[in-house]
Design a protein around this ligand. Structure first.
Ligand SMILES: Cc1cc2nc3c(=O)[nH]c(=O)nc-3n(C[C@H](O)[C@H](O)[C@H](O)COP(=O)(O)OP(=O)(O)OC[C@H]3O[C@@H](n4cnc5c(N)ncnc54)[C@H](O)[C@@H]3O)c2cc1C
Length: 614
């Protein structure tokens, strides 16, 4: 192929159109930076296509007599473990600003009659910092930010899949994308974007797992940054929980509080009430109720409500059965009025007036929209069983960033879920706060940089990639099969239950596959799928390596590991980097929360200096 590919130039290029991508593009534009947003599709990804019972936004308290401060919030985030102090402080310091900006843009966060943003307590939260605009909070956020971004004149290129970074003299200076509308043409639809700074806002690495509650349209794209030399942080820290398959949705909150029947079915069609068999009738019902509040799997609750997740996994992966929630029938042992329950769940159901005869009637009474949501997606909970699994929901780790959300590769930033800003236990809702704070930090840092000439041409890199795609062998193993095999293997060996032997074998298999990269068949005219599958395996290799190191060192996490090592003291980060001949993970202490000098005159002077030059 010649060098006749399309070239675009910009000062900053943002990749991704979720809450983080749009927030960054909008801030950049407001700060006078020339910005181009590229995305696979404007409404793809997690922010636009997911939600939950009451999708939560975690922020600094802004109501009543709640005592709160930036320092307290930073400390609470830091206490979750595995998080650098600078990041915790920035997340707290930028929280109110990010939240109020969304309110100004029209996201309907509720207030009382006097304008107070009342809050509630979320998981891993000691205060009432959480708020919600309903089940679709992230969608409202993304739409509001998109509207403001388009109105402010952010340039957008859609149907571009970023596949490779262009690095010159150790600095990122652009990227290569595949135009998916032109990928079957000569030259594979490759497009070059020259930029002084690239901001990845590509979301969580959903493509790592088969059992996943990420929307189908979310894949993630971390491998391109790892391949270019960026260091990742905490790729072993994921969040998993019970979710419905087919239509992907967390079965948290009232879906559990109405106490549906858990049932597994074997290949012959025999049904088993495995929770009651394993736990006894009353405890099975009590644990089901508790799952509503304690939705994510947590190894620390393995003898409590997380037993439910463990038993679901055993039915599926050890016994080969399919697991369902049944809202048509009560679990074994149910007595009218919830009489067989222990005090707390019975009282809750009685107080809510939700003691109807069947789970579906209780759910209709307690939360009718929760039933309507499934109906709108073709599932009638009153008439059919709901298949479920323990699914990957959030990557707490990602690309390691500094206090300006710049990665270890100069010129490359990561914001939102693709940034590795969380450790072990993040308070529910802090992921959405992170999308806004990372955007502020990255945009302000970029705006302070001198404007370059975008002089470096990535022509040679584009030619090399086109040549590699031209030469892909025909008749090898189809890439889709390989990618699906590794997603299933991750769900089996490296999800909320991790076995060291299984992960070692998986790591070797992934490394071998990546060495034989060119023997995989590219679906005709679909290089973006081939390159995404390769990116998936690079990311999986890095994740499994981080998981193995964490397992060997006994680092705390929400996943359960076999065999388990002694847990060390301290607060640790696992760093992972792809190397020429494989992958390397190391462990370091998390940095402490900085003790900033807050004497106003000093802050003001430093601020003036920073904003002149950086
Ligand atoms: C079921 C579920 C419930 C959740 N509930 C909560 C909650 O209650 N509270 C909370 O705080 N968080 C929650 N989260 C997490 C939160 O929704 C996400 O972390 C957040 O929306 C991620 O936003 P983002 O902008 O970083 O990524 P996304 O919204 O996923 O956006 C990624 C963007 O990048 C694009 N993209 C990806 N790869 C490429 C590529 N190679 N080239 C071009 N474009 C690309 C995608 O198309 C998309 O536009 C939940 C997540 C799930 C799955």
């Amino acid at each position: 192929m010649g060098s006749g590919h399309q070239v675009h130039q910009t000062q900053a290029c943002v990749v991704g159109s979720g809450c983080a991508g749009w927030a960054t593009a909008l801030r950049l534009k407001q700060l006078g930076v020339d910005v181009l947003l590229v995305t696979q599709a404007l409404r793809d990804g997690t922010s636009h296509n997911t939600g939950s019972d009451k999708q939560t936004y975690y922020k600094l308290s802004l109501a009543g007599f709640e005592n709160d401060s930036v320092g307290e919030m930073a400390r609470d985030l830091y206490r979750g473990g595995g998080m650098d102090g600078e990041i915790a402080l920035c997340m707290a310091a930028g929280s109110a600003r990010g939240f109020l900006n969304l309110c100004e843009l029209g996201v309907p966060f509720p207030t009382d009659a006097y304008g107070q943003y009342a809050g509630y307590q979320t998981d891993h939260d000691q205060r009432r910092r959480a708020t919600s605009a309903g089940p679709l909070t992230s969608q409202y956020m993304a739409r509001a930010l998109e509207k403001a971004g388009l109105a402010s004149g952010v340039r957008v290129l859609e149907h571009l899949c970023a596949v490779e970074l262009i690095v010159h003299e150790g600095r990122v200076c652009g990227l290569i994308a595949v135009d998916t509308d032109r990928q079957s043409e000569d030259g594979h639809g490759l497009v070059e974007i020259r930029a002084d700074q690239v901001v990845l806002a590509t979301g969580g690495a959903a493509y790592c797992y088969r059992d996943s509650v990420y929307p189908e349209s979310q894949s993630g794209m971390l491998g391109l940054a790892l391949q270019a030399g960026a260091v990742a942080a905490n790729l072993h820290q994921w969040q998993y929980g019970l979710a419905s398959l087919g239509f992907r949705w967390n079965v948290s909150g009232s879906y559990q509080q109405v106490i549906p029947r858990y049932v597994s079915v074997d290949a012959e069609g025999n049904a088993f009430e495995f929770l009651a068999d394993a736990l006894g009738e009353q405890r099975a019902m009590d644990m089901t109720f508790l799952k509503g509040y304690e939705w994510p799997f947590d190894a620390a609750k393995a003898k409590g409500s997380s037993q439910v997740d463990l038993l679901v996994h055993r039915e599926m992966h050890e016994k080969g059965r399919t697991v369902y929630l049944d809202y048509r029938h009560n679990p074994r042992g149910w007595k009218p009025g919830g009489e067989a329950l222990s005090d707390v769940p019975r009282q809750y159901l009685v107080s809510s007036g939700s003691v109807q005869d069947t789970p579906i009637d209780r759910l209709l009474h307690m939360n009718a929209p929760a039933v309507a949501l499934y109906r709108d997606n073709g599932i009638d909970l009153a008439a059919q069983l709901l298949p479920i699994a323990v699914c990957a929901q959030h990557l707490n780790g990602g690309l390691m960033v500094d206090a300006d959300w710049q990665t270890t590769l100069p010129g490359l930033y990561a914001v939102g879920e693709c940034a590795g800003t969380f450790g072990v236990r993040r308070p529910g809702g802090s992921a959405l706060n992170a999308t806004q704070v990372g955007a502020q930090r990255a945009a302000e840092h970029i705006a302070r940089q001198p404007k370059g000439e975008q002089a470096y041409s990535g022509d040679a890199a584009v030619r090399a990639l086109a040549g590699m795609l031209d030469a892909l062998t025909e008749g090898g193993r189809p890439i889709g099969d390989v990618a699906a095999h590794f997603r299933a293997a991750m769900s089996r060996h490296a999800a909320f239950l991790r076995d060291v032997e299984g992960m070692r074998a998986l790591k070797n298999e992934l490394a071998q596959m990546l060495r034989e990269v060119n023997q995989w068949t590219c679906p005709t005219g679909r290089p973006a799928a081939w390159l995404t599958a390769r990116d998936q395996m690079r990311t999986q290799l890095a994740c499994v390596d981080a998981m193995l190191l964490a397992a060997q060192q006994g680092l705390p996490g929400t996943a359960m590991v076999y065999p388990r090592a002694a847990v060390p003291d301290g607060n640790h980060i696992v760093q992972t980097q792809l190397a020429v001949d494989g992958v390397v993970s190391t462990m370091r202490e998390a940095t402490p929360i900085p003790e900033s000098d807050l004497w106003f005159e000093n802050v003001w002077r430093q601020w003036r200096e920073r904003n002149k030059q950086d």
